[in-house]
Design a protein around this ligand. Structure first.
Ligand code: ATP
Ligand code: MN
Length: 460
């Protein structure tokens, strides 16, 4: 039989009077002359179960060992709690210490800086904040699958090892079994001797493979790890992150924007509905007012503007930006934040970017200068989604591949999708950690994934 978690017990007023055994870790212990009050947590929720240990029932030695962080099994009677904010508490008849926790346990204080907690990545999930992040992340995972399944998308598992560079940006981690020891730089690298017989890397996006399934099954999505060797030490970039990528046949950029907007509203509503306790914690301690902010986003209509309009907005803002603004630049995070936080005060979808700053697969507009890209920007973060309608004309795509200095032979199968029954199609990529950041208000992306990987950082 699976035992009840503390989350279940805390709401079980119908079990009042029955004898139960509960396991968990001691968060705090407070003593009076006759009684010890132990706050027990098992990670199932933010709340603790209050254990009442009367000193004539529980030995002095046992109570002494129940320090912060120690694990134990408590048997006792569930009783109605006289204390405020909790329905029940546990009147202990026996306590077994499962694991002692000596005084060098790093989580003694009530509050620690996130910087400090990053150095103890193996323990930080035992704090309120990181437990809450993990639970919200879990709920968001569920919400993502629910949304797509309810909308008749098929989940496909695209490969992590690939021979093509989706973004053409060269930020890939190479995968090789060639021996470094015998490498002779004067002779170059003979990839035919490598494991795959050619150069291979970890994927930066599942999109190209997702397109092969979208052009067979209509609507698909991927949800898996992606890797980018970007040396940018920002609060919103990781070297290993999870990406959600829907891809739809018979869909243009407008349908794609509608999907992105519906999707964000759905998953945010799901979290507000299913993670009330954790969201109240974030609302109070991490990002004041986030619950109302998210509710406003859910009931708003996202602003949709072209890149050209966005540039005009920035140019006429009268603000001095660190990166100067002119038509053709890639928007920097300061520009994105200005547009969402100050001009439009909410999510903004920007479309029709200059073709030179976007990937080769985006559909060229009739002006010959811009592509049907769509980025979704949100306050606090900037870009959360990047997507586009895909170039579905074989010859235009071929020219684009050549013009960008890529090898058409590497994309023969991708070009085939435009040769055999080509259809208009579109999709986007959403960085899952950015979504967790946005939903929780956590400011650093390294704090919303269990083990962050970034440049010079691969501990735990
Ligand atoms: P940015 O300009 O912020 O680096 P990008 O233009 O490189 O983003 P895309 O290639 O469009 O991003 O990827 C799609 C989505 O994946 C982004 O909108 C973002 O949510 C997420 N993403 C991209 N790079 C990273 C990263 N290094 N770490 C975490 N998430 C990322
Ligand atoms: Mn990037």
């Amino acid at each position: 039989m699976i035992k009840d978690t503390i989350k279940q017990i805390l709401t079980k007023t119908e079990s009042i009077g029955s004898e139960i055994t509960v396991e968990g870790w001691v968060r705090t212990k407070r003593d009076t002359k006759e009684i010890a009050f132990i706050a027990l947590n098992d990670g199932s929720c933010m709340g603790n179960l209050q254990v009442i240990a009367e000193k004539n029932n529980i030995s002095e030695e046992t109570l002494h060992r129940l320090t912060t962080g120690a694990s134990c099994a408590v048997t006792g009677t569930l009783v109605e709690s006289p204390a405020q904010g909790q329905a029940v508490e546990l009147q202990a008849s026996a306590i077994e210490v499962l694991g002692d926790c000596p005084s060098d346990y790093p989580l003694q204080k009530k509050r620690h800086s996130f910087e400090f907690l990053r150095e103890i990545g193996h323990l930080r999930a035992r704090t309120n904040t990181f437990g809450a992040v993990a639970r919200v992340r879990n709920a968001l995972t569920m919400a993502v699958h629910n949304f797509f399944q309810e909308n008749e998308f098929f989940n496909v598992h695209t490969p992590l090892i690939t021979a093509s560079d989706t973004e053409g940006a060269g930020e890939m981690f190479q995968v090789t079994t060639l021996p470094f020891e015998t490498f002779d730089s004067s002779r170059g690298i003979d990839y035919s001797r490598d494991f795959f017989g050619k150069k291979a890397s970890l994927t930066v996006s599942g999109q190209l493979s997702a397109e092969t399934y979208a052009t067979a099954m209509g609507r698909v999505y991927t949800f898996g790890p992606t890797f980018r060797a970007e040396n940018s030490n920002t609060s919103r970039h990781l070297a290993e992150f999870w990406m959600i990528e829907p891809e739809m046949s018979f869909c243009d950029i407008n349908g794609n924007m509608d999907l992105a907007e519906d999707f964000l509203k759905y998953v945010l509503s799901y979290v507000l509905e299913n993670c009330k306790e954790d969201m109240e914690f974030f609302n109070k301690f991490v990002q004041k007012g986030i619950i109302d902010d998210l509710k406003a986003v859910i009931s708003s209509e996202f602003t949709r503007i072209s890149y050209t309009k966005a540039i005009e907005d920035l140019e006429t803002s009268g603000k001095t930006f660190e990166f100067p603004v002119s038509w053709g630049i890639d928007l920097a995070s300061e520009h994105e934040k200005y547009l969402t936080e100050e001009v439009y005060k909410g999510p903004v979808i920007i479309t029709d970017y200059p073709k030179d700053i976007k990937a080769f697969y985006m559909k060229l507009n009739d002006d010959g200068k811009t592509v049907r890209a769509m980025d979704v920007l949100v306050p606090r973060l900037g870009e959360i989604i990047g997507g586009s309608e895909r170039e579905n004309r074989h010859d235009v795509l071929l020219d684009k591949i050549k013009a960008m200095g890529l090898e058409p032979e590497d994309y023969w199968w991708y070009l085939d999708l435009r040769k055999f029954g080509s259809v208009p199609h579109a999709g986007f990529g959403l960085g899952f950690e950015r979504l967790v950041q946005y939903a929780t208000g956590m400011t650093n992306i390294r704090d919303v994934i269990p083990y962050a990987r970034s440049a010079k950082n691969c501990e735990f």
